[in-house]
Design a protein around this ligand. Structure first.
Ligand SMILES: Nc1ncnc2c1ncn2[C@@H]1O[C@H](COP(=O)(O)OP(=O)(O)OP(=O)(O)O)[C@@H](O)[C@H]1O
Length: 533
């Protein structure tokens, strides 16, 4: 059975506080594209509950954000369900701030990923002295002073989990110099050697000439010059980061991939592509449109054996307020996107479910049954995102966006129950693709007014993300460590877990809330208390 999903209207409860900046106006789109919905139930199934996305977060190691002069974005890809041994050597905990005047040996405008053989590194202590405090120094074990490059997957990941490798991967991608940087004759001081990034300190007053800092990641993608043989293009980034997560999602694991880095470092380009309004799968298409295509490609290839259902939701966190990017309303039978502009649509609220943790109240979810339907919803959401021109990026994302797809797979297993009906085994996975707003130095972005307020809010939530990840790393050693999830909406929400199939959405959640007041969580679990819409 197919039908249009009609979202429930959201009451106007929360106003934008006086003084908070007006959300940048997205390009309006009046009509929702055709998004047919398969709503047939999975009937009589058991569900396989996935571990929570808090485990995704809890697997992360020390955070760091790329520095203002490093044209690179970082990606963290996680899958939940298994715990991870933290590997502090894998992620650089302190990043070097080097004014890129030293240039790359060879002098080209584009950095060439060439290993110069002998790393010109100082002793770690000397490096520590020269690393500015402001880059969240956690430990300085990570720069690979004089060490030989090595593959993390082969040599470091002996985690003792029956051969399963770590559930967190961190990748860095170096973008080309922007037109502005080329005009200003900025030299690229970043090189890549296999999975290592080598940053040349330059020879400015606060740095010693020739000092190189090496950082090791799971992947280091060099995308500075498309003409160069070492150039890593969009399909390669997709294959390296997203494909393994999709594999795991089909096994019932939750997966989360988020991009973080300074403003203008290439997060949106990597996640969405050159143009977020053009979602055609061409060479420039980013991770999310490719994921949408491959998801249904795989579903089509197994549909004879496995029934799949997909639901999509897409929201952004702007100035700590949540806006549903896919909210639609129906007037006279015509479906229209409810504008995400502040003032027209109130932000959504986060509540904490006693079992499943934080969730967004009344967030619309839309069943989709084809790649084109999913792509259309993605386009709708993109058109609603808050972007604005800043001093460092003409189209800067001013919000964190979270695109989530819940995948339900139901397979009839051979055995039959007491009534002779086949027993279905159901797997459920949530894939969250997060494009974080860029961290920024106010002095570099020359922000004032609304942009300034946004920048402060963005930096605050990214700082909290960093703190949460650091605290999680600390909690591995000290179980009493406090983890400040609730200090930002982003970290609070990422902690939430995927509810079981048929857990209520929209207004039926009120019923759940009401009943939860009457019955203990233990009782609910004991009796398998699920709602069917
Ligand atoms: N690998 C790349 N190849 C070509 N162009 C790129 C690449 N990465 C980024 N760019 C270009 O750099 C500019 C800034 O990139 P993008 O908007 O993705 O940055 P961002 O990190 O998302 O910034 P913000 O946090 O401000 O939103 C864009 O014009 C984008 O097309």
């Amino acid at each position: 059975m197919s039908r249009f999903y009609t979202p429930k209207s959201t009451p106007n409860r929360f106003e934008t506080p006086i003084g908070s900046p007006a959300r940048p106006t997205p390009t309006p789109r009046s009509h929702v594209p055709k998004a047919t919905a398969s709503t047939s139930g999975l009937g009589g199934t058991r569900y396989q509950m996935n571990a929570s996305s808090s485990e995704s977060l809890s697997s992360a190691s020390s955070s760091n954000f790329m520095t203002p002069k490093n044209p690179a974005a970082l990606f963290a890809a996680t899958k939940s369900k298994s715990s991870t041994a933290l590997n502090s050597a894998r992620t650089p905990s302190s990043l070097f701030r080097g004014t890129p005047t030293g240039g790359v040996p060879g002098g080209s405008c584009y950095g060439t990923p060439r290993w110069n053989g002998v790393p010109k590194m100082r002793a770690p202590a000397a490096v520590a002295e020269r690393t500015p405090e402001c880059y969240s120094k956690v430990s300085l074990e990570s720069p690979l002073v004089g060490r030989k490059s090595r593959k993390l997957d082969d040599s470091i990941r002996k985690d003792g989990y029956g051969g399963e490798i770590s559930n967190l991967k961190v990748a860095v991608r170096i973008r080309p110099l922007s037109a502005k940087e080329c005009v200003e004759s900025v030299a690229n001081v970043v090189k890549v050697k296999e999975n290592e990034v080598i940053v040349n300190a330059g020879n400015t007053a606060d740095n010693t000439a020739g000092v190189e800092h090496c950082f090791q990641y799971d992947h280091a993608f060099w995308s500075c010059n498309a003409e160069h043989p070492s150039y890593v293009d969009q399909p390669t980034v997709y294959r390296g980061l997203m494909k393994p997560l999709l594999d795991k999602a089909f096994e019932g694991y939750n997966a989360c991939l988020f991009a973080y880095g300074q403003t203008g470092s290439g997060k949106s380009y990597s996640m969405m592509g050159m143009d977020s309004d053009d979602l055609t799968i061409n060479q420039e298409a980013g991770i999310i449109p490719r994921f949408c295509q491959e998801l249904f490609h795989r579903i089509d290839s197994i549909k004879d054996k496995i029934q799949a259902e997909v639901e999509v939701s897409y929201f952004e966190i702007y100035n700590e307020k949540i806006h549903d990017l896919l909210a639609v309303s129906a007037t006279d039978g015509v479906f229209a996107v409810t504008s995400a502009n502040a003032g027209k649509k109130p932000p959504l609220k986060v509540r904490e479910h006693p079992v499943w943790g934080p969730y967004v109240v009344d967030l619309s979810t839309h069943p989709v049954d084809s790649h084109s339907a999913l792509r259309n919803w993605l386009a709708v959401g993109n058109s609603q995102r808050a972007t604005a021109a800043t001093g460092m990026n003409d189209k800067s994302s001013r919000s964190h966006s979270i695109f989530s797809v819940v995948l339900n797979l139901s397979e009839a297993v051979s055995s039959e129950d007491s009534e002779g009906k086949p027993i279905h085994q159901t797997k459920r996975a949530k894939i969250s693709l997060v494009d974080l707003a860029g961290s920024e130095r106010i002095s570099h972005t020359c922000a004032s007014g609304d942009r300034l307020k946004e920048g402060v809010s963005i930096n605050k939530s990214l700082l909290t993300l960093g703190k949460v990840i650091s605290s999680l790393a600390e909690s591995k050693r000290n179980t009493a460590a406090y983890i400040p999830y609730r200090d930002s909406v982003l970290t609070w929400l990422l902690r939430g877990r995927i509810p079981p199939i048929s857990c209520p959405t929209g207004s039926s959640r009120n019923v759940l809330r009401w009943r939860l007041h009457l019955q203990s969580v233990a009782h609910l679990l004991q009796h398998g208390f699920f709602f069917v819409d």
